[in-house]
Design a protein around this ligand. Sequence first.
Ligand code: TRP
Length: 365
Amino acid sequence: MAKAQKKIILTGDRPTGRLHVGHYVGSLKQRVALQNSGEFDEVYIMIADAQALTDNADNPEKIRQNIIEVALDYLAVGLDPARVNLFIQSQIPELCEMTCFYMNLVTVSRLQRNPTVKSEIQMRNFASSIPAGFLTYPVSQAADITAFKATTVPTGEDQEPMLEQTREIVRAFNSIYGDVLVEPAIYLSANKVCLRLPGIDGRAKMSKSLGNCIYLSEPSDDLKKKVMSMFTDKNHLRVEDPGEVEGNPVFIYLDAFARDEHFAEFLPEYTNLDEMKAHYTRGGLGDVKVKKFLNNVLQAELAPIRERRRAYSRDIPEVYRILQEGSMRAREKAAQTMAEMKRAMKINYFDDTALIAEQAKRFAG
Ligand code: TRP
């Protein structure tokens, strides 16, 4: 009888800054739910420092500083080191080894067509000076995923092209060398609005360089200031005016965060978000009131996260110990897969006694 396939999660983030509420609704929240579901045999969550270095080679200090920030964010949202392996990508040399072999299964033009890489190249104004490591990071990401035989990758929607590239590599590898690797599936937030939360200025992407993020670790008064400064419907000038909820950042955030319990607690004149939206649409509901409610909702949601972050911050050596232990376990798994790959690729010369005997016979003449 065939062994039932294990269910394995692998995902990660580049440590280029603290994580924000967009990461939270887009992916971190799901990771915690999946961890708690008990449905997965193994869970690996990776701080992708090697990938971050593909466009930050000249600034390793930035990456080094942000590793601990991201680790604290992970722990703060409720990822539990007893149930998940939190690890650092660069500490797993097998990932580089796999990348090297996968490179032979991918064409340069295929990499150049990757829509995520294309838009990142544009954003960074690389023009013709694209680091080779940056162009090929989807291949290294395929190694990240396949090293753990991940079946499920909970991540943002923008990562779908990486998953597609990974599946192509898996199929190429398995068809040439035999079934070793596992095709992964992306796991997206069910709440469509969570797929990409806009910045507080309404721009499509929350980004540190645009200064339009709300961080998970945002102190309470900064959080309030940011919410009160959010863009809304620019044509909604007076309270009496009818307002537009579609594309209105404040309502997009409410779609992502507000639950009926929040209304009961903070704004009982509405039972749910639909009622509030209807009032805004017909006129008579001011932006300040909506923002105050959003602030209450976000404060409620982020308070426990902030509290857990503070608790872990008091014992930073312990956080590094968690990462080191996670990295050790991750390495064991990756090394196991690497050994299987080498066997399949017939580059396991020294443990292949049949090969040695066969060659001995051939030369014995
Ligand atoms: N590319 C991801 C990001 O920019 C980070 C990442 C690296 C990742 N390796 C991964 C995500 C493997 C999922 C699976 O956030």
